[in-house]
Design a protein around this ligand. Structure first.
Ligand code: 13P
Length: 249
């Protein structure tokens, strides 16, 4: 399984910031990455970013509407994202769940839309600090996973991002043991539902991944990559995180 390191720019980035992608491309052409690399800029930059990347890394989106087209002012469909040059879309990020009231069933509909358009769906789950303190993190993540994934999840069309809400943008991360335990739990849930196929679904860790902790986190068992927020905005930091993946001989 080739790991995936994905950057989520969130609501950051103007045209001038495409220079970071040019720098990333230059760095990766000098020394290839040991993983798949994806950058998810705001929707306004997807087409330009895809042109800039020129296939050196993939471009993704941060959300999509479940329907392919229609009277949904302000929304963007998975087909439109694909048309603009995206090959993946993040669905169910905790910021969408929190600030836009997205439910697990909304997220499942968006994942299905991503597949319909031929995009990789990166489905996000994660517990709050209160839920972790209450000892319910496994239960919460297991039920989010179950209800946020439609029935046809496969290794080629789905990645899971485990992002503890309390670790996002805070500089705090779970212990190595807690990350490994949650990823093992997620793998067990996936295999129970989808069978052996699910062993190839990548489970990314997200939440305060930075150059100083990336290699350690990326080499934990069942960690198939990372979903990186703030540290993906600067090419140098993002490249340093990508280098945390050991290149296989
Ligand atoms: P940070 O890396 O800024 O903590 O954000 C994580 C995240 O939410 C990625 O989707």
């Amino acid at each position: 399984m080739r790991p995936l390191v994905a950057g989520n720019w969130k609501m950051n980035g103007l045209g001038a910031d495409l220079a970071e992608l040019a720098a990333l491309k230059a760095a990766l052409s000098g020394r290839p990455a040991g993983c798949d690399v994806l950058v998810c800029p705001p929707a306004t930059l997807i087409a330009k970013a895809a042109g800039q990347a020129g296939g050196a890394f993939a471009i993704g989106a941060q959300d999509c509407h479940p329907r392919a087209s229609g009277a949904f002012t302000g929304d963007i469909s998975a087909e439109m994202l694909k048309d603009a040059g995206a090959s993946a879309v993040i669905v169910g990020h905790s910021e969408r769940r929190q600030f836009h009231g997205e439910t697990d069933s909304d997220v499942a509909a968006k994942a299905a839309a991503a597949w319909r358009a031929g995009l990789l769906a990166i489905v996000c789950i994660g517990e709050t600090s209160a839920q972790r303190d209450a000892g319910t993190a496994n239960h919460i993540c297991g039920s989010q996973l179950d209800a946020s994934l439609p029935d046809d999840a496969m290794a080629g069309n789905t990645a899971i991002a485990y992002e503890p809400v309390w670790a996002i943008g805070t500089g705090r991360t779970p212990s190595d043991g807690d990350i490994a335990a949650m990823h093992a739990h997620i793998r067990a849930c996936l295999v129970r539902r989808f069978g052996e196929e699910a062993r190839g679904i990548r489970i990314l860790y997200g939440g305060s991944v930075k150059p100083s902790n990336a290699a350690q986190i990326l080499n934990l068992p069942e960690v198939g990559g990372a979903l990186v927020g703030g540290a993906s905005l600067k090419a140098a930091d993002f490249e340093a995180i990508i280098r945390g993946v050991k290149v296989q001989d």
